[in-house]
Design a protein around this ligand. Sequence first.
Ligand code: GLN
Length: 259
Amino acid sequence: MKKGLLKVAAIAAVSVMAVMSLTGCRNGNELIMGTNAAFPPFEYTTTNGLVGEFDGIDVAIAKKIAEDNGKELKIENMQFEGLIAAVSTGKIDMAVAGMTADDERRQSVDFSDTYYIASQVMVVAADNTDINKAEDLKNNKKVGVVVGYTGEKIVTENLKIEPAVRTKRGIDAVQDVKNGKLDAVVIDSATGKALAEANGLKVVEDAEAFETEEYAIAVKKGNKELLEKINETLAKMKANGEIEKLAAEYDEKVAAEEN
Ligand code: GLN
């Protein structure tokens, strides 16, 4: 009799789990962050990361958000381009991916308060002397961008340059600069600096051509509850200098690694 009951309970538990996975429902104790872990120092993979193989400024911030709310952080690593759809459909709770809050994306998702200010930069060979401002890219330069990044939009729409290469990851475009296939890659400042440093290249800035961009966390449109929680943790981390500290720490950490 007892055995029979146990069996029934076991079957019931297994069925509930099966239905949960089928319907995409999940354990209420998890907070699922989606990201593209090829964007040092914000997210990258490494042995012994902060959360499994994942590490970076965004991972540390997301972990804090989860902890502040008694949740366990789970990370879904995906293509950067797929993040907005993953947030909108509820596949992930939030996209924490060095994502620039721009008007186009605001049509599909809601953004938290800003947690980091960046801009685009140009990564060029260490001995390059003829790329000193964005306009110089128009002199028949082979320019690389990363698909779906704000840099792609800025190169094509603002500078009106047809990129020679569109890669899936920043590192791939940066490698092309290293091996001479490209003259420059237009990419976010902190990531550009990290990748340039790790690959013996240099960064050229142009504050006039490249406006500042504000990184924020994306949630499903209308998810006020989560947005408020995220903003509370961000406010705390900004006020006590934790985000600044993380940024400095990870700049150093990433410079010491090969990414
Ligand atoms: N900030 C850039 C953007 O939002 C790049 C972000 C990223 O690659 N993770 O498009």
